[in-house]
Design a protein around this ligand. Structure first.
Ligand code: SAH
Length: 218
């Protein structure tokens, strides 16, 4: 990247180093994190902080997740190039962009029209053309397009959404933050076997709540 100012490329190097230090080792995930320009997904006031390892505020009172958590969830999801992935909670579209580098197709559902529209045009401008953003209720999922190889939920559910479990194919993996809306949450991995879903608890996390229905405001 010869025409990037020096301090910007140092920032990007530190960003990648932090992910590696914290244990992200999947090369495809690291490459995707390196490729997707996070500064395009944060608000104008936050571009300077885009490569720090923090969650940042976006419109509609929501947040773009911390880079480490995006990388960790992407790694745990074990996405292959032939996979179809369903994301619940588009937000800025950043996690969807990272997944689009790993999967064949990403469908992402968002309950706020403003966020869905912004993410859709942002992803189009950046050329991520294997991502589809849908305005709707992620708790319902997208039964008409199921089964999915992978499902990722990026807002915290108090209980495992059964409709989503039903949309997971055999050998499918779903990652979701589980726990009370303003209390301790845990990242959970569900692997779908012929006998049903098998649960593994991963790491403690903090996500905005998964709320039912489409948002009433824009
Ligand atoms: N993945 C996002 C982070 C999203 S924050 C990113 O990379 O930026 C969680 C998002 O989930 C918020 O935008 C919130 O509006 C959305 N959300 C919460 N409940 C939802 C539901 N039932 N259906 C769809 N989206 C939902």
């Amino acid at each position: 990247m010869p025409d990037q100012p020096a301090d910007e490329s140092v920032e990007r190097m530190e960003f990648m180093l932090t992910l590696r230090r914290r244990g992200i080792s999947d090369q495809a995930v690291l490459r995707a994190m390196d490729e997707v320009p996070r500064e395009h997904f944060v608000g104008p006031a936050d571009t300077e902080s885009a490569y720090t390892d923090h969650a940042l505020p976006i419109a509609c009172g929501q947040t773009i997740s911390q880079p480490y958590v995006v990388a960790y969830m992407s790694e745990q999801l074990a996405v292959r190039p032939d996979h179809r992935v369903l994301e619940i909670g588009t937000g800025s579209g950043y996690q969807a962009a990272v997944l689009s580098r790993l999967a064949r197709e990403v469908i992402s559902i968002e309950r706020y029209r403003t966020l869905a529209d912004t993410a859709r045009s942002r992803l189009k401008t950046l050329g991520y053309d294997n991502v589809e953003i849908v305005l709707g209720d992620g708790l319902v999922g997208m039964p008409e397009r199921a089964p999915f190889d992978r499902i990722i939920v990026t807002a915290a559910a108090e209980t495992i959404p059964e409709a989503l479990v039903e949309q997971l194919g055999v050998d499918g993996v779903m990652i979701l933050p589980l726990g009370p809306h303003s209390g301790p949450q845990e990242l959970v991995k569900l692997t779908m076997t012929k006998q049903g879903p098998v649960r593994t608890n991963l790491i403690p996390v903090r996500f905005v709540p998964l709320l039912p229905g489409r948002a009433r405001e824009l």
